[in-house]
Design a protein around this ligand. Structure first.
Ligand code: PGA
Length: 250
């Protein structure tokens, strides 16, 4: 049995005050979320604060991005060892906003994945197709290509140390959620592809769904066979909304 994981990706949202309130709200309600594992991924500058506020709670900390480099003259970058210093456990890599808005390609994403894993962080590798790619019928090709870049660099065994997040780009922040069947079909494709390389890895790896998950649709999505939780954007910014999704994971 794979444990359900619900991870909140706060993106570039919040302020010192609002983040204190958000963490207080989430930690107060997290005990009711049963066996579901919970993580939050704040903007970099708030990671030290959130790390302190989460001490003693069941909620894990993650980053939204990380450098592919270990240290040195890389202005503006944050290394995985820095993230480790503040207790990060997860590292989102290859989010579609990084890919689309900042030109991060499959190979660069794979190097970030490798850096995170080398530092002992659990990468949350985001994959997913655009609306145009779905309409062209190439969803599986796109997702396979994104996975293959990582497998080529790191090997299939590395996927066992990671989490995969299937996030159809057309569903992110749009209010348009993939139907449970649409999502399950791609999750089953991903697991099947991994099983072709290593059945043990395929059975173990958590595959999250992301894209307009809300309290009202989380239960149905999470009840699908190959959906092991969610990566949550907008609905992770209000404690009650986020906790409703965490509770749906039970
Ligand atoms: P959303 O974002 O829940 O706001 O659609 C999901 C994500 O980008 O991870």
């Amino acid at each position: 049995m794979r444990q359900t994981l619900v991870a909140g990706n706060w993106k570039m949202n919040g302020s010192l005050e609002s983040i204190k309130q958000l963490v207080a709200g989430i930690t107060a309600g997290a005990a009711d979320s049963g066996d579901t594992a919970i993580a939050v991924c704040p903007p970099f500058v708030y990671i030290p604060l959130v790390s302190e506020l989460l001490a003693g709670s069941k909620i894990a900390l993650g980053s939204q991005d990380n450098s592919d480099q270990e240290a040195g003259a890389f202005t503006g970058e944050i290394s995985c060892s820095m993230l480790n210093d503040f207790g990060c456990r997860y590292a989102i890599v290859g989010h579609s906003e990084r890919r689309a808005l900042y030109g991060e390609d499959d190979d660069f994403t794979a190097r970030k994945f490798a850096a995170a894993r080398k530092a002992g962080l659990t990468p949350i590798l985001c994959v997913g197709e655009s609306l145009e790619e779905r309409e062209q019928g190439i969803t599986e090709d796109v997702v396979a290509r994104q996975l293959d870049a990582v497998i080529k660099l790191e090997g299939i065994a590395a996927i066992a140390d990671a989490v995969i997040a299937y996030e159809p780009v057309w569903a992110i922040g749009t209010g348009k959620t993939a139907s449970p069947r649409q999502a399950q079909d791609v999750h089953a494709f991903i697991r099947g592809k991994l099983a072709g390389l290593d059945q043990g890895v395929a059975d173990k790896v958590q595959i999250l769904y992301g894209g307009s998950v809300k309290g009202s649709n989380a239960k149905e999505l999470f009840s699908m066979q190959d959906i092991d939780g969610g990566l949550i954007g907008g609905a992770s910014l209000a404690a009650d909304d986020f906790l409703a999704i965490c509770t749906a994971g039970n």
